[in-house]
Design a protein around this ligand. Structure first.
Ligand SMILES: [Zn+2]
Length: 207
């Protein structure tokens, strides 16, 4: 219940920042590893009004194991893959304006490269602004089992990545705890917005 309350509080905070508008985005946290049980946000719910009791409990096949009528988020399979492949304790997914713009702008390069920013030190294990973080961009799709396979392959190819982007869709990050995953999303949303705004300013000057 503490985990559900933590996720609901994060959802309301992210909603207030405009990162989960229109029932978009989703949140999960591991409640138990063996067998796997995840607290998962339900599909189609306003994240600005998410209550702890609305969090579903799902198994490793994204089936509801709690006494809920709701439907787990369509993207539950991606959360489960990240939990398994990264050993994450929590996974958070946002649809902000800036992550959507940069996920498209840098798609041809395969990802967004972030380096030289002090805020990078908010990512787990990063000690200096000289760190280079590469956020892989995965082409968006509606076939969730296939997309989960792509996520698994991408995580495998980029073992140091703290997050990835789905093209014209959103950002996924994770952490050992809900608090760490929240910190990672805040850091990355800040950096993506800073880079996006800087790029926009440069483009206007050169026009
Ligand atoms: Zn999404």
């Amino acid at each position: 219940m503490e985990i559900a309350a933590g996720l609901a509080a994060v959802a309301r905070g992210f909603y207030a920042r405009g990162w989960l508008l229109g029932t978009s985005g989703n949140l999960s946290a591991v409640v138990q590893r063996e067998p796997l049980r995840l607290a998962m946000s339900p599909s189609g719910v306003d994240k600005g009004e998410l209550k702890p009791e609305q969090l579903l409990s799902i198994d490793e096949n994204a089936r509801i194991v709690s006494a809920h009528e709701g439907k787990p988020s369509d993207e539950s399979l991606l959360h489960i893959r990240i939990v398994k492949d990264r050993g994450a304790g929590a996974v958070l997914h946002t649809h902000s304006v800036w992550n959507t713009i940069l996920s498209d702008q840098d798609a041809a390069k395969g990802g967004v490269t972030i380096t030289g920013y002090e805020m990078l030190k908010g990512l787990h294990g990063v000690r200096t602004h000289e760190h280079t973080e590469f956020l892989p961009i995965i082409e968006n799709a509606q076939d969730m089992p296939a997309l989960a396979e792509m996520v698994g392959a991408t995580l495998n190819k980029h073992p140091a990545a703290h997050a990835f982007l789905l093209r014209r869709h959103g950002l996924y990050s994770w952490g050992q705890t809900v608090a760490e995953a929240k910190r990672h999303i805040e850091i990355l949303e800040f950096l993506l917005e800073a880079m996006g705004r800087a790029f926009d300013t440069q483009r206007r000057r050169s026009d």
